[in-house]
Design a protein around this ligand. Structure first.
Ligand code: NAD
Ligand code: DAU
Length: 352
């Protein structure tokens, strides 16, 4: 295995932390630089188990800060980028679209430009991998699936900012031959998921016996993939994906929100020794999300057929593992809900 110096942006977030862990443990000859601003969504406690690894370095930085990015590329001779840093929550984007445009669009452009300049048009052995989302395709009617050729039709400020960043990535490939690759994944779930998103929010509220807010009629459909399988797909595409191409990633695992919430209630009733149906009584229908996409469903056959990736974990097993992780890590959940996880950086890194 050759040596590489890889910059992973957003590595302290939910998916990023699983990608960092996979690369640090699977590729001891790679140096992994986790570049993260530590917004509310960045949590270094996600990486406690690998933070002392020799091939891992954390850099507190903003993707909007071109100077720090340039220093990082120069100092560490970065030859690969896996770009996950983003504002990621649709509901927040409805209240604060500017922040999404700044981080997701302008931040991505700055990172592209710094990579292009640092690599001085010598792109041999270089790779810029942009992590995107199936939400850029908008909603898909029942019986149909998003392919890589599906028209881009984002509906929320979040998905619009991601779609725009995708276009800039493609533009840097088309205009400057930057060796990019891009993937669009469906909804992830698993350990370390911030409890503002559906599954961890429901787990948290079931534990606390608080109302379970289901938007609208709960009939929206999402295609769920275990986060470790997304990280595995990112590994595959980073190493084997064709330059300039797009790959869809998905679990072929569609669930209506209301059915998923009932399933979680039932799993947790058993684990918490509550009587069957007790948690479901907490389900509360609330006002729908504005512009709420009805259905996402990914066709991941290009990735499966050409690069050989497929999910390793069934939904049954993945969901069980996820619930168990939250039950076994009450400190993580309480640090996140109290906000005290934001002191971890100060505590761990002030003397380094
Ligand atoms: P997340 O919100 O959990 O983490 C985002 C990370 O980016 C955080 O660590 C945060 O501190 C960091 N960050 C934010 N702004 C930054 C900036 N300006 N500079 C540096 N770091 C910054 O997000 P996630 O759910 O892990 O998603 C990661 C990526 O995957 C995003 O690009 C998202 O669009 C994409 N994605 C997510 C899903 C999903 O289901 N969560 C599915 C498909 C694609
Ligand atoms: O499809 C990939 C996308 O999945 C990613 O790009 C996003 O970063 C990620 O946040 C996720 O977006 P969603 O909007 O699909 O995820 P969220 O967990 O916010 O919502 C999932 C579904 O559950 C959606 O239909 C809205 C609904 N929902 C959500 C919350 C938080 C509820 O009914 N109640 C809730 O409290």
């Amino acid at each position: 295995m050759s040596k590489r110096n890889i910059l992973i942006t957003g590595g302290a977030g939910f998916i990023g932390s699983h990608v960092v862990r996979l690369f640090v443990t699977k590729y001891p000859d790679y140096q992994i630089y986790n570049y993260d601003k530590l917004t509310y969504a960045g949590n270094l406690e996600n990486l406690k188990d690998i933070e002392d690894s020799k091939n891992y370095t954390f850099i507190k930085g903003d993707i909007l800060d071109s100077d720090t990015l340039k220093d990082t590329f120069q100092k560490h001779a970065i030859d690969g980028v896996i770009h996950l840093a983003a504002e990621s929550h649709v509901d927040r984007s409805l209240h604060n679209p500017d922040e999404f445009a700044m981080t997701n669009v302008i931040g991505t452009i700055r990172l592209l430009q710094v990579a292009k300049d640092a690599w001085k048009n010598n792109f041999e052995g270089k790779r810029f991998y942009h992590i995107s989302t199936d939400e850029v395709y908008g909603s898909v009617e029942h019986g149909k699936f998003f392919t890589e050729e599906t028209h881009i039709d984002p509906q929320s400020p979040y998905s619009s900012s991601k779609a725009s960043s995708d276009h800039f990535v493609q533009a840097y490939h088309n205009s400057f031959k930057l060796p990019t690759v891009l993937s669009r994944c469906s909804n992830n779930y698993g350990p370390n998921h911030f409890p503002e998103k559906l599954i961890p929010l429901m787990i948290h509220n079931i534990l606390q016996q608080k109302p379970l807010p289901v938007y609208g009629k709960g009939e929206n459909v999402r295609d769920w993939l275990f986060v470790v399988d997304h990280a595995r797909a990112i590994d595959t595409i980073f190493h084997k994906g064709n330059t300039g191409e797009v790959y869809n990633i998905g679990g072929n695992n569609e669930w209506k929100n209301i059915d998923l919430v009932h399933l979680l209630c039932s799993i947790m009733d058993k684990k918490l020794n509550r009587s069957e149906g007790e948690s479901a009584k907490l389900i509360t229908y609330v006002t729908d999300r504005p512009g709420h996409d009805l259905r996402y469903a990914i066709d991941a056959s290009k990735l499966t057929n050409t690069l050989g990736w497929k999910p390793s974990v069934t939904f049954e097993v993945g969901l069980e593992k996820t619930v168990d992780w939250y039950l076994n890590n009450p400190d993580w959940l309480s640090h996140v809900t109290s906000g005290s996880y934001q002191n971890y950086y100060q505590h761990m890194y002030s003397n380094r």
